[in-house]
Write a protein that binds this ligand. Structure first.
Ligand code: AMP
Ligand code: FE
Ligand code: FE
Ligand code: ZN
Length: 274
């Protein structure tokens, strides 16, 4: 049996590379008997405003959330942000900057694909981005529709994955600056999915930064896999967060609520909004 209160603090909507709208996500959270939710789209914060009325109606506690892309020691690091002021100028500026750089990067990837004999237009990609923020999964979906690949997975394996033929790293902003923007906006910064940080030196360096927490519970990880992160959090008196990284049909094997946090950590985050 589940405890009464469960909150999924990591999921994506059509505002980035998820397949459900923010309102649909809230309804799914209700169906899954979740009581708290943070929609953490890549590099944009629009989902909260779109979902908040439905959340109120369905009695789901909704927190402002985001998953910012950043760089540290020349490597990509995802930073989850919670409970920040949505209209804070630093957050808005960061989101505008990411929006521009993502479309520029998409254009560069399209050019690389074209030289590889796989012609796509930015409209082909935009069709899959639902007016939200563009990311590599939308390019993969456009490639699949054109019949260039047999699956989105194949698009990443052959062309779009880090270091592959059409990969473009894209300009990025530092982890420090991202943490600072979240702090200035009254929010917290959390290291996302630490298992993806394969270089132990990168992890050791990241934990020196002024983060507030670490995503200990992730997707379908067993508790044994997360002990290391839990110890790192406890040592620094950091928040322990968790969530599914639900993307809907884009990653169908990961259900909403696969990982979650209980009432106490959720309340700590919710208090920051008051
Ligand atoms: P972007 O933010 O444009 O760099 O795209 C990153 C997103 O692409 C991630 O959040 C995943 O949803 C997806 N992604 C990255 N690598 C892979 C991969 N190897 N296979 C499938 N999806 C991936
Ligand atoms: Fe994603
Ligand atoms: Fe991520
Ligand atoms: Zn994510």
């Amino acid at each position: 049996m589940f405890p009464t209160f469960r909150a999924d603090l990591h999921c994506h909507s059509t505002c980035s590379d998820g397949s459900l709208t923010p309102v649909e996500l809230v309804r799914l959270a209700k169906e899954k008997s979740l009581q708290g939710l943070a929609i953490t789209d890549h590099d944009n914060v629009t989902a909260y405003t779109m979902a908040k009325d439905e959340a109120k109606l369905l009695n789901i506690a909704l927190l402002p959330g985001v998953e910012f892309s950043s760089q540290h020691n020349n490597q990509n690091v995802h930073i989850l942000g919670y409970s920040f002021q949505l209209d804070h100028p630093q957050i808005q500026a960061l989101c505008r900057w990411h929006l521009t750089r993502r479309w520029e990067r998409c254009q560069s990837i399209i050019e690389r694909l074209s030289t590889l004999g796989l012609p796509l237009t930015s409209d082909d990609v935009a069709d899959h981005a639902h007016g939200g923020l563009v990311g590599r999964p939308h390019i993969a979906a456009a490639m699949l529709k054109k019949g260039f690949v047999g699956s989105m997975k194949e698009a990443f394996q052959l062309y779009l994955g880090d270091g592959k033929a059409a990969y473009v790293p894209g300009e990025s902003i530092s982890a420090e600056e991202t943490i600072q923007a979240l702090h200035l906006a009254g929010g917290v910064a959390v290291i996302a999915h630490p298992h993806l940080i394969q270089d132990p030196r990168l992890f050791d360096s990241l934990v020196q930064l002024p983060f507030d927490g670490i995503e200990v519970f992730y997707a379908r990880f067993h508790v044994d896999q997360t002990k290391r992160w839990e110890e790192a959090a406890k040592k620094r008196n950091w928040l322990i967060t968790g969530g599914s990284d639900f993307h809907g049909s884009i990653k169908p094997d990961l259900p909403l609520g696969a990982s979650w946090v209980g009432e106490e950590p959720f309340r700590k985050l919710a208090q920051l909004c008051q």
